[in-house]
Design a protein around this ligand. Structure first.
Ligand code: ADP
Ligand code: MG
Length: 478
């Protein structure tokens, strides 16, 4: 105990240097050091509630460990343990915080969200010293109630996918078959797949519905092969009314599983059973996906999810906020919607962080405080993403031609080679589809395929070209 106290006192001195004064007073002044465990590699710090424990671990766990590293030679793990009374409990501010935690519903929801946000929170509760690893929150998966059509905010970026998903769930096997939803990370593909599944089950209780990721499909297939239960695997998948396979990009290069899926697909499609697929890129962009599968996917509808525009981002935040007791001001909501644009999971986690902060510490959430708390997330968003336009500019600069030459019909080698290199890099460094890359160069997708092959072929024989391409790649990725 005394050891823990000494260590914590020293760490507090460091923490004063590492965080601003306001945050220091709010978050660290009332932590009680509990013990340094026997193996001397974990310091247990006591706080009053689970919520505070989760919040601190999520937002300041790393900083506390850094401070501890500086005051003792070893690196220590920090565990925030809830259920401790604070020495200063008599002060009105602290009493308010502790009493606020008695609101079980809001605490439970916020905690659940926090567990999801951080897969292995270094947090435990004093009553049960079980290691919370967050994995149990997936035990209801598949079919997450919150991934419903009602909870899905529709904007220009996703309205086609939404309409197609609804149509499929109302008329499985008859609207679009297969339906393939593709687009970047955390834009709502899994949400829509889950909504289709739940809706079909709600309409017809005995419908045979299976949601799997392509990885799970592969694992189950391999398991069936090993345990000689291929027959029952096939019966199970081929007798479904609705099969949803998420993240089909992981089929890449899995020849046996693709073969199995091809036959599953045919069996279901022939008997007018619905197939829904999601992918982070178009089937053409999945290297190593068999052509016969790609062409099967083209039988139905492929719809793209785009990143949300400002209005949709704000609407999503408002929608999430409606279900929470704690409200953020319009200014703070606008700040988040303005600054976080890449994906919806980041929007949600920014909102959760602020709501938890208010809930745990009764903070007044001003725009300035929100900016401070979300600094890392905002910085992450500022990193430029590689897009075709950027590639065209860099390549044009490198070869000393103009960007408009890239899009022109001119064919001299001085221009044709950089154009092919830019197409090659667009294919390798962005998730844009072949037709989209073709469009950006005023060409068709076949020209892009040809350019990629050609550049690969030229690079294997020409050191100076290989060097140029690797410099360009390094600069773009840095
Ligand atoms: P993906 O499968 O495309 O990577 P998810 O479906 O997992 O993305 O979505 C990430 C998070 O964003 C989920 O919590 C989901 O509920 C939420 N989300 C995505 N799109 C929307 C939307 N249009 N309206 C409300 N929430 C959304
Ligand atoms: Mg997903």
């Amino acid at each position: 105990m005394q050891q823990a106290q000494n260590l914590w006192n020293a760490a507090l001195v460091k923490l004063r240097e590492l965080v601003d004064a306001d945050s220091f007073e709010r978050y660290f002044a009332e932590i009680v050091p509990v013990t340094l465990d026997e193996s001397r590699d974990t310091l247990i710090l006591g706080v009053t509630s689970d919520l505070i424990a989760f919040w601190l671990s999520d937002n300041y766990g790393g900083v506390v460990e850094e401070a501890l590293r500086e005051v003792c030679d070893d690196s220590l793990e920090v565990v925030f343990e809830s259920g401790h009374q604070l020495a200063s409990l008599t002060t009105p501010a602290v009493r308010k915080r502790v009493e606020g935690d008695k609101d079980e519903t809001s605490t439970a929801t916020a905690t659940a969200v926090a567990v999801e946000e951080r897969p292995r929170p270094r947090v435990r509760s004093r009553e049960s010293h079980d290691d919370h690893d967050g994995g149990d929150y997936n035990s209801n998966f598949p079919y997450r109630g919150d991934f419903s059509f009602d909870n899905f905010v529709v904007g220009n970026c996703n309205k086609i996918c939404f309409a197609a998903a609804q149509a499929v769930s109302e008329k499985p096997g008859r609207a679009y078959n297969p339906l393939l939803i593709f687009g970047g990370v955390a834009l709502g593909k899994t949400h829509l797949l889950q909504a289709i599944a739940t809706n079909v089950i709600a309409r017809k209780k005995r419908a045979k519905v299976q949601y799997v990721t392509s990885e799970e499909f592969v694992n189950q297939y391999v398991e069936a092969l090993q345990s000689k239960k291929l027959g029952s695997f096939r019966r199970r998948f081929r007798s479904l009314d609705l099969l949803l396979i998420d993240d089909i990009q992981f089929f890449e290069g899995k020849v046996g599983s693709q073969e199995e899926f091809f036959h599953t697909f045919n069996a279901l499609h022939n008997s007018h059973k619905q197939i829904v697929l999601a992918s982070d890129r178009t089937p053409q962009q999945i290297a190593g996906l068999e052509q016969r599968l790609v062409s099967r996917f083209e039988w139905g509808l492929s719809a793209e999810m785009l990143p949300p525009d400002f209005e949709t981002r704000l609407a999503i935040l408002r929608n999430k906020q409606e279900k929470q007791q704690i409200k953020l001001s319009d200014e703070v909501m606008t700040l988040i919607a303005n600054r976080i644009h890449s994906n919806i999971r980041n929007l949600e986690s920014a909102l959760t962080r602020l709501v938890m902060n208010i809930s745990a510490f009764s903070d007044n959430m001003t725009v300035e405080r929100a900016e401070m708390l979300l600094k890392d997330k905002f910085e992450q968003e500022r990193k430029p993403t590689i897009n075709i336009e950027l590639i065209q500019r860099q390549v044009a600069d490198h070869f000393d031609i103009s960007r408009s030459d890239m899009m022109s019909k001119k064919r001299p080698r001085k221009i044709a080679l950089p154009r092919m290199v830019a197409m090659y890099l667009s294919r390798k460094l962005t998730s844009d589809s072949l037709p989209a890359i073709g469009d950006a160069f005023n060409r068709n997708h076949a020209t892009v395929i040809h350019a990629v092959d050609k550049v690969e072929q030229l690079m294997s024989a020409d050191d100076s070209l290989r060097n140029s391409v690797s410099i360009l790649k390094r600069d773009l990725e840095s």
